[in-house]
Design a binder for this molecule. Structure first.
Ligand code: C2E
Ligand code: CA
Ligand code: CA
Ligand code: CA
Length: 275
């Protein structure tokens, strides 16, 4: 009771200790997974809404954690960021995604997520170039997905890195657009090739007028600035129709394909083109 007034004591609460221990264990497991090559990438198709053609895929990190099972990236990326492990994990993802995309028809693109911490680390540009060089993938086939977290600090440096990436032909997509503090102003300030409309808006298409208005505004503003739009998390035909009516070019979501292994993605391509 008396001690509860003194902040320091709270550090030794059992819950706190438990959390710390869990974090340490997670960090240790991440290091082992990285060293052993336990991470995998899943590929989710990105589809042209007008023609139904597969345009490419987004690479999503997968980890079968020993003794735990499938760990969603949302549950370990923050620890990877805090411990700096996101650097080597992200570099691995870039290499692996480019290598995999080399086995696809060469009009298809590959989108790779780059976290804000990874983006700010020295050598991000070099890691991207090295992934392109060692795989032989044309730069124009690689798209880097960044979130607003990338744009919040170090504006000049961020802008310089984005420009460098674009100068070699790499595409930039603004992920999760419309969430957090991301604003339409970002579209003008930073050089994007694509805007990804966040699932939280897509989910409410058909039952929430304000979500519809936001989608309409984002697509309209993007087009005015010459930027393509892709909607994420499309699950129903109603959502797809509303996006099509509003001029959104591409879609990604369970309706078109869940994240899958590289082999399954290639098989899907073969089936859909009849090759
Ligand atoms: P994100 O970039 O917004 O990725 C989209 C997430 O939505 C993915 O979850 C995907 O599996 C899921 N999703 C796709 N379509 C649907 C749908 O129709 N319905 C629903 N309910 N969900 C859908 P996932 O794979 O668990 O990834 C979660 C987040 O983890 C990603 O969100 C991304 O921020 C992060 N992430 C994943 N891979 C990487 C990576 O290689 N590097 C970094 N830095 N972050 C990653
Ligand atoms: Ca993404
Ligand atoms: Ca996203
Ligand atoms: Ca999202």
């Amino acid at each position: 009771a008396k001690e509860s007034g003194r902040g320091g004591y709270r550090f030794f609460s059992p819950e706190m200790n438990q959390k710390l221990l869990e974090r340490r264990a997670l960090e240790a497991d991440l290091r082992v997974a990285l060293a052993r090559g336990d991470f995998r990438l899943a590929y989710q198709p990105q589809v042209n809404l007008e023609t139904g053609a597969v345009m490419g895929a987004e690479a999503l990190l997968r980890w079968d954690r020993p003794g735990v099972g499938n760990m969603p990236p949302d549950r370990f990326i923050s620890v990877a960021e805090e411990t700096g492990l996101i650097g080597p994990i992200g570099t691995w993802a870039l290499q692996e995604a480019c290598r995999e995309a080399m086995t696809w028809p060469d009009h298809l693109t590959i989108a790779v997520n780059v976290s804000p911490v990874q983006f700010r680390q020295a050598g991000l540009f070099e890691a991207v170039v090295s992934a392109l060089e060692s795989s032989g993938l044309a730069a124009g086939r690689l798209e880097v997905e960044i979130t607003e977290g990338v744009l919040l600090n170090d504006t000049d440096e961020t802008l310089a890195t984005l420009r460098r990436l674009r100068s070699v032909g790499v595409k930039i997509a603004m992920d999760d657009f419309g969430t957090g503090y991301s604003s339409l102003g970002y579209l003008q300030k930073f050089p994007f090739d694509k805007v990804k409309i966040d699932r939280s808006f897509v989910r409410h298409l058909g039952d929430d007028r304000s979500a519809e208005a936001i989608v309409r505004a984002v697509v309209g503003m993007s087009h005015a600035l010459g930027v393509h739009t892709i909607a994420e998390g499309v699950e129903t035909a109603v959502q797809a129709d509303m996006l099509r009516q509003r001029g959104c070019e591409e879609v990604q979501g369970y309706m078109y394909g869940k994240p899958m292994s590289g082999d399954d993605f290639v098989e899907m391509l073969t089936c859909s083109t009849g090759v």
